[in-house]
Design a protein around this ligand. Structure first.
Ligand code: MN
Length: 255
């Protein structure tokens, strides 16, 4: 716990994330300045993202950001299956509540679904140090406590591509949660938070930003909700939506 702030490599976290996005056009979060306070349970989230190519964004909280990988085929419960996981830029913690659409033409344009989320920990019980060490070494063994993803998994770093992006493999460990016959990607096709399908999210049905009600995985995600709360108060021109009540008082084209 001595090395709490090891951001020696880059000047500011999330720099690349912000450079790639125009926040006047996308509703994705810019990322809080405050960063995450130290909490005991680290979060993970998996977002299904219908960009130019469908993929699953696998994100693990570590040192104030979400370490992120794009997994084209999504996770598999079959320990014999190795899923390619291409590392992408660190994302802000705020991204964990993002569900909606990124405008076409913008970076990552397409529909984003919150496919799973929960907490995670080092599989060997070694805590944050074990996670940092595993991440640095490219052998990150984790225990997921999600609604759809549970048990032991490992991310193994293979090599870097021409863009200096690391390619990893996401593999299920052989434990009691492993199941070669269970196709979780095919089975779970709706949002873990809003229950919406990709089509419904794309059609902007329901709330664009997820709320904490209706989440069956509520037990796994402690309090927070500060994002949604902040938004609500910051908004407020909502009161003028008298004319088109059906139009969901468009939350500034969010979504
Ligand atoms: Mn993505």
């Amino acid at each position: 716990m001595a090395t709490r702030k090891r951001t020696t490599k880059r000047s500011a976290p999330l720099t690349e994330y912000r450079q790639k996005r125009d926040f006047t056009k996308t509703a994705e979060p810019r990322g809080g300045e405050g960063g995450a306070k130290t909490r005991k349970a680290l979060r993970f989230v998996v977002q299904k993202h219908a960009a130019s190519h469908l993929h699953f964004d696998f994100r693990l909280e570590l040192d104030g950001v979400m370490k992120s990988w794009a997994v084209p085929k999504g996770p598999s419960y079959d320990p014999a299956v190795r899923r390619l996981a291409m590392q992408v830029e660190d994302h802000p913690i705020d991204y964990n509540t993002f569900e909606g659409t990124i405008p076409q033409g913008e970076y990552g344009g397409g529909t984003v679904m919150l496919w799973d989320r929960g907490t995670y920990e080092a599989e060997d019980g070694g805590g944050i140090e074990a996670l940092r060490d595993g991440y640095e070494r490219g052998d990150l063994k984790i225990l997921l406590h999600g609604k759809r993803l549970q048990g032991g998994w490992v991310l193994v770093r293979m090599r870097r591509d021409e863009n200096d992006r690391a390619q990893w493999l996401l593999i299920k460990h052989r434990d009691e949660t492993a199941d070669p016959d269970y196709d979780v990607v095919a089975s779970a096709t709706t949002s873990v938070v809003s229950g919406r399908s990709m089509e419904a999210i794309a059609a902007r049905k329901g709330r664009v930003w997820t709320s904490n009600r209706s989440e069956s995985a509520a037990t796994r995600t402690p309090k927070k909700r500060t994002v949604a709360g902040k938004r609500r108060t910051a908004k407020k021109p909502r009161a003028k939506a008298v004319k088109r009540p059906a139009k969901r008082a468009k939350a500034r084209s969010r979504g």
